[in-house]
Design a protein around this ligand. Structure first.
Ligand SMILES: [Zn+2]
Length: 321
């Protein structure tokens, strides 16, 4: 009997799971990342999180078939190196080798967007769909695409940086990357909050005010209670995402587009606006070919994705033999 381990390495938490060979999750642990303590401390917590999911079942190191890691930022997938990642203390850090010193098994490190897509591909409700797009809308906007059963990586592993596609010309809205008018600066949770702040500063009427901190959740609540400004700001963001998806449908002709992340958990109001806008801008043949749907994994997207990274590594090694 062999097992898989998935590690969802985030800026605030390390979410680790032990899974059966099929991908079914058996044990989970969440530890704080505490990135400010530096790379050695964070690495130790990563190792501890693996030990804590393995020990309760009395599983030996030899029974672990592979460890998959999903991490934010720029990843060298081949060498298992985190090149750079916002909110993590790792710079050109050989994470796979560091984990292998303690657990001498195959370790695969993948960008978290690609990991989430692999989670949908191997374990989701539309699994084994070979033309699949995953988009996450939370603090930022990210994602991944699979075309004809192959993950789209590009020359340097940076393909499908969807949050940083230009969207609005001559924009004065600054993106987290330092450029202007990108998808993320209009569509993400941060973008939505900043749009509301700009509207309030310019004197527009709302039940929200600059004195009380708010995020997408509060803006959504206000919209549900009849606040017209909140509703229009959300609709603007969702229609921008619909336009972005229209570009994706036009470029890649996917069968499924799966939407995850905190903002998409708004649910029906989000999905309806995104779909109607995408339909408005897309050739009917391409729009009708794709199902646009919400991910069912929600806050477990990251860890399910990391397990799928391990699963895929085991399958690759088996087919290479
Ligand atoms: Zn950007």
């Amino acid at each position: 009997m062999g097992y898989l381990v998935g590690i969802d390495l985030g800026g605030t938490k390390i979410h680790t799971a032990l899974a059966a060979k099929s991908g079914e999750i058996l044990e989970e642990r969440v530890l704080p990342t505490l990135a400010e303590e530096g790379e050695v401390a964070v690495l130790q917590r990563i190792i501890r999180s693996v030990q804590e999911v393995v020990l309760p079942r009395g599983i030996s190191r030899e029974e672990i078939l592979a460890i998959g890691v999903g991490a934010p930022g720029l990843i060298d997938q081949r060498e298992g190196i985190i090149r750079t990642a916002a909110n993590l203390p790792f710079e050109e850090f050989p994470l796979a080798k560091a984990i292998q010193k303690v657990f001498p098994v195959p370790v695969k490190v993948e960008n978290d967007g690609n990991a989430a897509l692999l989670g949908e591909y191997h374990l989701g409700e539309r699994k084994f769909t070979k033309n699949l797009v995953y988009i996450t809308v939370s603090t930022g906007v990210g994602g991944a695409a699979m075309v004809d059963g192959k993950l789209l990586l590009g020359a340097g592993g940076g393909a499908f940086e969807i949050g940083h596609m230009p969207l609005v010309p001559d924009s004065n809205v600054l993106c987290g990357c330092g450029q202007y008018g990108h998808v993320e600066s209009y569509v993400s949770g941060t973008g939505i909050r900043k749009a509301m702040e700009r509207a309030l500063v310019s004197g527009e009427n709302s039940s929200l005010s600059l004195e009380t901190p708010f995020g997408t959740r509060e803006i959504h609540q206000a919209a549900l209670s009849g606040d017209a400004l909140s509703k229009s700001i959300l609709e603007d963001a969702f229609s921008y995402l619909g336009m972005t998806i229209s570009q994706v449908l036009t470029l890649l002709n996917p069968e499924v587009v799966i939407l995850g992340g905190g903002v998409s958990s708004i649910g029906d109001m989000f999905l309806e606006k995104v779909k109607s806008t995408a339909e408005q801008y897309t050739l009917p043949l391409l729009y009708n070919a794709a199902e646009i749907r919400l991910s069912s994994f929600k806050e477990r997207t990251g860890v399910v994705g990391a397990v799928a990274v391990a699963l895929e590594e085991v399958q690759k090694r088996a087919s290479a033999k």
